[in-house]
Ligand binder design. Structure first.
Ligand code: MG
Length: 395
């Protein structure tokens, strides 16, 4: 793999929190990817909600299949741009490790629980939780907590971070992965991290159309109002006049995905050419460089608005959201009032300090970690055990 000068080169990595000798056959970013794939948190993604709850059907995306699609898109674009595919893949596979059960509904509920319990709480942010998982919560190595990933993978995982939580991280790791959120001017992450981020957006916009139609909550005709989709749907119909139903949907999505991928490649080439970064560190001082062209940005935003109004806020989705939030709130209350309901390994993490970024913590943070790590079905079963109520009948 010949990398561009502005790509992240493994031999120029800013390294791991705990230094390790290099592996004989794999680069540091390949090792990061392998560690992520072998982690417990990664396996849990298979039973975590993307949009549709896990028990609603076997063919909908889960966090795992979503992450694989992000990795596929990211790698494919990275290869063309001569960026580091292994790093993009590592970031893509890890980017959702911190997600709670029940998707965004679970995250919002957990954030509310923490803030209601203690108005001073740093709350729950899923990007920071993903970092917490790979830095502390995975327990696999004899000498340290976490997976001891490289700076570059961790930088990509911490996609967003509030200034307040960035200061918590900065206190433990000065000039580290959170520095760009509090620096003036604000810095950017590597091109590989920027790419994993945009690949995430491309992936969910496309697969949520597919899952939305599969679920019956969206109709193909409704999508005619979405310019980004309808132009490729028309194109597919012109090329294949008898195409209809599911195959038409897939063909339209395939064309839409390809158009977005080529658009990112062209727009990013141009942005890189005009900014002219000499290496990965120079990229961090530039404006964001991995991007769509203006027209695609506009069309992609319109698609997002459509999905928000017609899918994510569909009454049926909202109904399950309300139930899922109740499960999370009930679990939080149950463990806070009787922490011994949690496994001993979690009780051992109580050490009385409150910070969203350190290994030990106050009970509410440990409870939040425990709940955030749960799969949809484990959370549902725990809720049944502790509350005697069946919220989702078909689990
Ligand atoms: Mg994602």
């Amino acid at each position: 793999m010949v990398l561009a000068p502005y790509a992240c080169h493994p031999e120029a990595s800013r390294g791991r929190r705990f230094p390790e000798p290099v592996a004989p056959t794999r680069s540091d970013f390949q090792r990061d990817r392998d560690r992520i794939v072998h982690s417990t948190a990664f396996r849990r993604l298979v039973y975590k909600t993307q949009v549709f709850l896990n028990h609603e059907g076997d063919l909908f995306r889960t966090r795992l299949t979503h992450s694989l699609e992000v990795a596929q898109l990211g790698r494919s674009i990275a290869r063309t741009l001569k960026l580091n595919e292994d790093l993009v893949e590592a970031i893509a596979l890890a980017h959702d490790l911190g997600h709670t059960p029940f998707g965004h509904a679970g995250q919002d509920a957990l954030n509310d629980c923490l803030r209601k319990h203690n108005p001073e709480s740093a709350g729950f942010e899923h990007n920071l939780q993903s970092l917490r998982v790979v830095d502390f919560l995975e327990e696999r190595y004899p000498e340290h907590d976490g997976l001891n990933l490289t700076f570059e993978t961790r930088e990509g995982i911490l996609k967003h971070c509030s200034a307040r939580n960035a200061r918590h991280i900065e206190a433990r790791e000065p000039g580290g992965v959170a520095h760009r959120f509090i620096a003036e001017p604000r810095g950017q992450p590597s091109l590989e991290a920027q790419l994993a981020n945009l690949a995430d957006e491309i992936a969910y916009n496309a697969h949520d159309i597919d899952d939305g139609v599969r679920s019956g909550l969206l109709r193909l005709e409704q999508l005619e109002e979405v310019e980004l989709f309808s132009q490729y749907c028309r194109e597919a119909q012109l090329a294949h006049p008898r195409l209809a139903g599911r195959r038409l949907l897939f063909e339209a999505i395939r064309r839409m995905l390809s158009a977005q991928v080529y658009n990112v490649i062209d727009a990013t080439w141009q942005a890189i050419r005009s900014a002219g970064p000499s290496d990965a560190d120079a990229v961090r001082q530039c404006p964001p460089l991995v991007c769509f062209a203006d027209e695609m940005t506009r069309q992609s935003a319109a698609l997002k608005r459509f999905l928000l109004a017609n899918l994510y806020r569909h009454p049926k989705v909202v109904q399950t959201t309300v139930a899922a939030q109740q499960v999370v709130r009930d679990l939080f209350e149950a463990y806070m009032s009787d922490p011994a309901q949690m496994p001993q390994a979690h009780l051992d993490r109580f050490d009385g300090a409150e910070s969203p970024y350190r290994p030990g913590a106050k009970p509410e943070r440990v409870v939040a970690d425990y709940i955030a790590g749960m799969t949809d079905r484990f959370a549902t079963r725990e809720h049944e055990r502790l509350k005697g109520q069946t919220v989702f009948a078909s689990v």
